[in-house]
Design a protein around this ligand. Structure first.
Ligand code: GDP
Ligand code: MN
Length: 381
């Protein structure tokens, strides 16, 4: 789950990381009231879940009420890379002597946390990584040990931050690591982390991704739900309580069990197709869940064929077959469904489909046959 900057700053503040005082608002009038409250100059910042807002004109300095009004008016409603701005964050502007970059994330292949620090912040880190990779100091942190003060100091020295920034940077990085671990984040990034002319180190931006698997231990995460950007398919799936992830391909995928669904994506790829989604109906899915799943996948405009792959265990193939029939009655299928049924009650399931022939429902004997059939139908469509 990605947080907006203002939410990320609230998250940082809870771990004592210095951020500028400010407020998130939705109207020009509230923007002006906040600007007057925090004191000029202020920064007016578009709140969207996409980077590079500065370059896109979504971050502006205002020295007085008139400028605050102008910028808030322009930025609210602005489109930034396909995201409409509904909220602006107003904060007291900082004087900047230097802009640095700092982040923690997980390096899955190293099975360790990865810290990245650079004296060349402000710009996109991907650009620094490409043009001047030596300017990024990286450390791996063993999660069972954590980030020690000594390791952190060595890291800051390796990144060659300015001497005045040393103590402040060490302090913030230790706090940021704590926020990242205890706050259950997958990513905690500050870009820019600034040094002020007075020698203070301060977070000017916040990019935080929370690990949704840890949601059960964070009641306060509920507040972030409303700002998530879901596409129509994902919204529909969430409303129906389905375990769905949207992808970009043409073959709609429905299966039971995460492992089987992942293999199904692989097999579709292997025979030259592109999966449109991941959808796991789970164990013991009812006809209704099946019909809901088909409805969601069918609503995807890119989908040209649907591959329903069920290996019945707790899930019974006759229930699945009933779900397919229910779906064909409830929704106008716009692409054919290739059904591969095997396992518990497979004979009953196949019999139900045979007794109710439908041009849009095609039975296939095995997973690989079904994948090939679905890809072939998608190519013809
Ligand atoms: P991003 O472009 O989406 O990453 O948005 P940022 O929050 O990083 O802001 C972009 C740039 O605006 C920063 O790199 C700064 O150069 C500038 N900026 C942001 N806040 C302030 C501020 O308080 N004072 C000044 N002088 N510049 C700021
Ligand atoms: Mn930034």
């Amino acid at each position: 789950m990605d947080l907006m900057e203002y939410q990320g700053k609230q998250f940082f503040a809870a771990f004592d990381i210095p951020v500028s005082p400010g407020k998130a608002v939705e109207t020009v009038e509230d923007a002006i009231a906040t600007a007057n409250e925090v004191g000029y100059p202020v920064v007016v910042k578009a709140q969207v879940l996409v980077g590079g807002r500065g370059k896109a004109g979504g971050v502006k300095l205002a020295n007085n009420e008139e400028e605050a009004r102008e910028h808030a008016t322009n930025i609210l409603g602005m489109d930034i890379k396909g995201h409409t701005v509904h909220v602006v964050w107003i904060e007291h502007a900082s004087d900047i002597a230097k802009e640095y970059y700092a982040s923690f994330t997980l390096d899955r292949s190293a099975k360790k946390h990865l810290g990245m620090l650079s004296a060349e912040g402000g710009v996109e880190i991907e650009i620094v990584a490409e043009e001047n990779p030596d300017a990024i100091a990286k450390i791996h942190i063993d999660p069972s040990i954590g980030l020690t003060k000594e390791q952190c100091e060595e890291w800051v020295r390796a990144a060659k931050l300015d001497d005045e920034a040393f103590e402040g940077a060490v302090d913030i990085l230790l706090k940021l690591y704590r926020a990242y671990v205890e706050g259950d984040a997958d990513l905690a990034e500050i870009n820019p982390l600034i040094l002020t002319p007075e020698g203070k180190v301060h977070a000017l931006d916040a990019k935080v991704t929370l690990d949704e698997n840890a949601e059960f231990r964070h009641e306060d995460w509920e507040q972030y739900k409303g700002t998530q950007v879901l596409d129509d398919r994902e919204k529909m799936a969430r409303d129906k309580g389905l375990n769905y992830i949207g992808l970009d391909g043409e073959i709609g995928i429905i299966g039971n069990g995460a492992g089987l669904v992942m293999s199904t994506l692989d097999v579709v790829n292997q025979v030259g197709g592109t999966p449109a989604n991941f959808l796991d109906v789970g164990g013991g899915a009812s006809a209704d869940v099946l019909a809901n799943s088909i409805e969601v996948v069918n609503s995807d405009e890119k989908v040209k064929a649907i591959f329903l792959n069920i290996f019945g265990g707790i899930t019974k193939c006759d229930e699945v077959a009933k779900g397919v029939l229910e779906a064909t009655e409830r929704v106008q299928l716009k692409s054919p469904i290739v059904v591969r049924l095997d396992g518990t009650n497979v004979e009953e399931g196949r019999a139900i489909l045979e007794a109710n022939p439908n041009d849009m429902v095609i039975a296939a004997p095995t997973m690989i046959d079904a994948a090939k059939k679905a890809v072939e139908l998608a190519k013809k469509a």
